[in-house]
Design a protein around this ligand. Structure first.
Ligand code: ADP
Ligand code: MG
Length: 684
């Protein structure tokens, strides 16, 4: 029988356990698997055997190089390719990949964001193999095949300089504390609790030729200028609309490439804004999911380019239409197959323990949750156009709220039925709760969905923050249960107290409503509107203690993150401002001038024609000249600003003013002297 495409390609580029088993001695392989899934340190002979198996498999697949693949705090991934070529002690050419090369790589850490932690003269950094995320083969456009080994990146002193290290620490802490709690709740057979993440990725696709003609898109990934398109999303016709053939070609190719890497690309559809799309893979353990998300963005970018499109992951590439986000679906499952976040699980106390632990955690540390999404692009997106507001709350839905209000009611929940009033349409059961598009953190029957994360951000940091908060709350619960004489009663008290103390964070209504923001203020919830208000949160005592208690980041590692995120925020605005100046001076003004001269020439040559026509031309000419002068004055003002922290607001305000002036001019400029493709050109 012929194999289906999925079965033919799935995981063919992934170094799975099955692949390793094929090339390893069974005893060594079993030892490796035991360490991988039950924990512990890998010894050198085992690592040697794994390295040999990886190399054999890679060479068979035409691979010439390997690389340690890591995620420094740049938001992007990093790699340094090394070929397998070597010579043995007799001087003979060999292809070599030692245990040492697999386990540890060395790189200059001073050129990566390090918050001043590493000077160039003491710059050593290490990449250390993370065997919980499988290695894979990537083929680039030039046909080169490279073996990618996921690694964590730290300094010479072991300071985490990347996204992965704290994520892995948070996963381990969460596992440990969850198992401790579950023991007291009678689930003594559970050895491991895994954090699962399903990340939904939104993005835009526009024609590459349009992208290339816009300096702002090329440099900053967003349009700094551009008049409102004549149509945007008022008909709601793009969302789930018929997928264009060309886009479908890209989506299908992306899926195939992702399947090869063992990524279960599952859903693809048109999103709300014109030219906006979404890809959703099936959830996976957090660490793997986070690596996969990087590969998803990279694959979409590459495939789109191949087909003549540019993929945009910026949170707000276009004003006036919806921006893009990345929803993180979060749950916890046991190695015995139970989703602890599922409201349907038999042991309601287990569900309520974990559920209310999350409520308590988010309420106590909502500022950290907000801070985990602080990012220039997100500032432009949050708070409107279906993106969550910057005010944190948790949506739980009416049914769960009722459950929380009636803790002693253990009656089985009735399923509600969806009846559409037509006999030929089957009656089906409804979900336990509705959706809420304006909630930053929503419970959705068997998982929490964090909807605030920006589309270009790495998901590791927000997940790390959620995990850290949860691990800390669970640790406190486990400590209390350790002390309790009657854990069964104690857990009921804990659940009750978590609801009573922390229910202020629950909000099921419209997150945009002014009345909610007033109510939240009464509840003592602070809204951090801009990213710039968020970075200092990482220095606050309760947050430093939180990361310290759970041993996920020490104070210096947190400071490093704070300064890195903050710096990147300022740099982004600086680059935007510089790009805007260049765009206006080199593109906009010359084109407007060209048109002004055209108008001038026409008006002069029209000296014999009717005075009304002449006046009309002069009128347009004056209008454009005035706008052009205004633009130049604003550009001058922006250029003079040295982008100090204090002047930041003035800069961003001036950038907005420039945009306003340009956007109103754009409508007067004819096709022939248009400086670059308009929104209408790019989006439709
Ligand atoms: P939505 O309800 O937001 O339209 P889906 O139901 O398609 O989205 O799910 C979105 C993502 O959530 C997918 O990646 C899916 O695999 C993931 N997901 C589903 N169940 C879980 C779970 N228990 N834990 C984590 N992620 C999950
Ligand atoms: Mg969703």
């Amino acid at each position: 029988m012929k194999k289906s495409i999925v079965k033919k390609v799935f995981a063919t580029a992934l170094c799975t356990d099955k692949v390793l088993k094929r090339y390893m001695n069974i005893f060594t392989y079993n030892k490796y698997i035991r360490i991988k899934y039950e924990g512990g340190q890998l010894d050198t002979p085992t690592a040697k055997a794994v390295a040999k198996a990886m190399k054999t498999w890679a060479l068979k697949n035409g691979v010439t190089h390997y690389t340690h693949w890591f995620a420094p705090l740049t938001g992007k991934t990093a790699e340094k390719q090394v070929s397998f070529i070597d010579i043995d002690h007799k001087g003979k050419l060999i292809e070599e990949f030692s245990a040492k090369s697999l386990i540890k790589g060395e790189a200059d850490a001073s050129s990566f964001p390090n918050g001043g932690e590493r000077m160039t003269f003491e710059a050593r950094g290490y990449s250390v193999w993370d065997y919980t995320s499988p290695a894979f083969i990537k083929e680039n456009g030039a046909g080169n095949k490279v073996l990618y080994i996921p690694t964590a990146f730290c300094s010479y002193n072991g300071t985490a300089l990347d996204e992965k290290t704290p994520l892995l620490r948070s996963i381990e802490a969460l596992n440990k504390e969850s198992v401790r709690v579950l023991k007291h709740l009678g689930m003594t057979d559970v050895k491991n609790v895994v954090c699962n993440i399903g990340g939904e990725q939104e993005y835009f696709l526009i024609k590459y030729e349009d992208f290339e003609r816009r300096l702002d898109l090329k440099v900053t990934n967003r349009t700094l200028l551009g008049a409102k398109p004549t149509r945007s999303q008022e008909y709601y016709s793009h969302y789930f609309g018929i997928i264009d053939d060309k886009i479908s070609e890209i989506m299908n190719k992306v899926d195939i490439e992702l399947w090869k890497l063992g990524i279960m690309a599952k859903l693809q559809h048109n999103e709300v804004a014109p030219s906006q799309f979404e890809l959703v893979p099936i959830f996976a353990p957090a660490n793997i999911s986070s690596d996969q998300n990087q590969l998803i963005m990279e694959t979409i970018t590459k495939v789109a380019k191949h087909y003549g499109y540019a993929a945009l992951f910026h949170e707000k590439p276009f004003n006036y239409v919806n921006g893009s986000g990345k929803h993180i679906n979060w749950s916890l499952s046991t190695d015995t197959g139970i989703n602890l976040i599922d409201s349907n699980i038999e042991n309601r106390d287990v569900f309520l323990t974990f559920f209310t632990a999350m409520i308590a955690g988010i309420d106590r540390y909502y500022k950290l949750i907000r801070c985990s999404t602080a990012h220039r692009g997100n500032d432009l997106r949050l708070g409107g156009d279906e993106a969550p507001p910057t005010l944190i709350s948790v949506f739980v839905g009416e049914n769960i709220e009722e459950m929380l209000n009636k803790l002693n009611d253990n009656s089985k929940r009735k399923k509600s039925i969806l009846d559409m009033g037509v006999n030929c349409l089957p009656k089906t059961s409804k979900d336990f709760c509705d959706r809420n598009r304006t909630s930053p953190f929503a419970y959705t029957t068997n998982k929490f969905e964090f909807r605030m994360v920006g589309s270009s951000q790495t998901i590791s940091w927000p997940i790390t923050c959620i995990n850290t908060i949860m691990a800390n709350v669970l640790k406190e619960i486990a400590d209390k249960l350790d002390e309790a004489t009657d854990p069964k009663t104690e857990i009921k008290n804990i659940i009750k107290s978590n609801i009573e103390k922390h229910k202020r964070i629950i909000f099921n209504g419209n997150g945009y409503d002014k009345s909610w923001h007033e109510e939240a203020a009464r509840r003592g919830l602070v809204e951090y509107r801009n990213s710039i208000d968020c970075f200092d949160i990482l220095k606050e005592k309760d947050i430093v203690d939180l990361f310290d208690n759970t041993k996920i980041l020490d104070a210096s590692e947190l400071t490093l993150r704070k300064s890195t995120y903050e710096k990147s925020y300022f740099e982004t605005i600086k680059v935007e401002a510089k790009t805007l100046v260049e765009l206006v001076l080199k593109n906009v003004i010359p084109n407007i001038n060209k048109y002004i001269i055209e108008l001038d020439t026409t008006s002069k040559s029209a000296k014999d024609s009717r005075i009304e026509i002449k006046n009309l031309l002069i009128d347009s000419l004056n209008k454009l000249s005035k706008l052009s002068t205004d633009l130049l004055a604003l550009i001058d003002k922006l250029g003079k600003n040295n982008f100090d922290k204090e002047l930041l607001n003035t800069s961003t305000k001036t950038m907005e003013d420039i945009r306003k002036v340009y956007d109103s001019i754009e409508l007067y400029i004819p096709e022939s002297t248009k400086p670059f493709p308009s929104y209408n050109d790019m989006l439709f």
